[in-house]
Design a protein around this ligand. Structure first.
Ligand SMILES: Cc1cc2nc3c(=O)[nH]c(=O)nc-3n(C[C@H](O)[C@H](O)[C@H](O)COP(=O)(O)O)c2cc1C
Length: 168
């Protein structure tokens, strides 16, 4: 296998850089159909005595439908040479084309959760919680107005990180 399995606490890297600067692919679906999208908003941390990821996904995304349908998802991190692929996965929609084939990505499954062979690091996650962001919950009005002028709020997902796969 091209990956070694690590405990979440052994994951290398800085999550601020990994998510916010390098970006990640959120992959969701099952053997009947998969899709993935680029995400630059999210978090890694701890809650309910579990290592978790937080995602923020707008309902317009095709990936949202798969996140809703399936019990798990993966977060896939790539090297800088994959930036054009990340741009493509973050602008095209799986609703109108097969993005996985279009990007030349090779699909694999771990515990029934899709991920990509080309990734340098993969977090396999089990969905625990979801909730839509709400206008009335924003403490900072500027953040609300800057990020949601159309009030098209994200749905937040919290997933337990069940496996960390690092490329050998
Ligand atoms: C750099 C970058 C970061 C993005 N981050 C997010 C995000 O965190 N949440 C989100 O809902 N969409 C985000 N997007 C937008 C989706 O990736 C984009 O709408 C994508 O085309 C959705 O694909 P899908 O319809 O196949 O799911 C981001 C796009 C880019 C380019």
């Amino acid at each position: 296998m091209a990956f070694v399995s690590l405990a979440p606490g052994q994951m290398p890297g800085n999550p601020f850089e990994m998510i916010g600067k390098e970006w990640m692919l959120i992959a969701a679906g099952d053997r009947t159909g998969c899709n993935a999208m680029t995400a630059a908003w999210g978090a890694l941390g701890e809650i309910w005595n579990k290592p978790v990821s937080f995602l923020f996904v707008r309902p317009q995304r095709y990936t949202y439908q798969l996140l809703e349908r399936c019990g798990g998802y993966s977060l896939c991190f790539f090297g800088e040479e994959n930036r054009p692929m990340m741009q493509y996965m973050g602008t095209a929609s799986g609703r109108s084309e097969d993005k996985i084939a279009g990007a030349g990505l090779t699909l694999a499954f771990e515990d029934g959760v899709p991920y990509f062979e080309q990734a340098r690091l993969v977090l396999i996650c089990r969905k625990l919680y979801r909730q839509d962001l709400e206008e009335g919950c924003f403490v900072d009005r500027q953040t609300l107005d800057q990020s949601y002028p159309l009030r098209d709020f994200h749905r937040m997902y919290v997933g337990e990180v069940t496996r960390v796969l690092l490329r050998r």
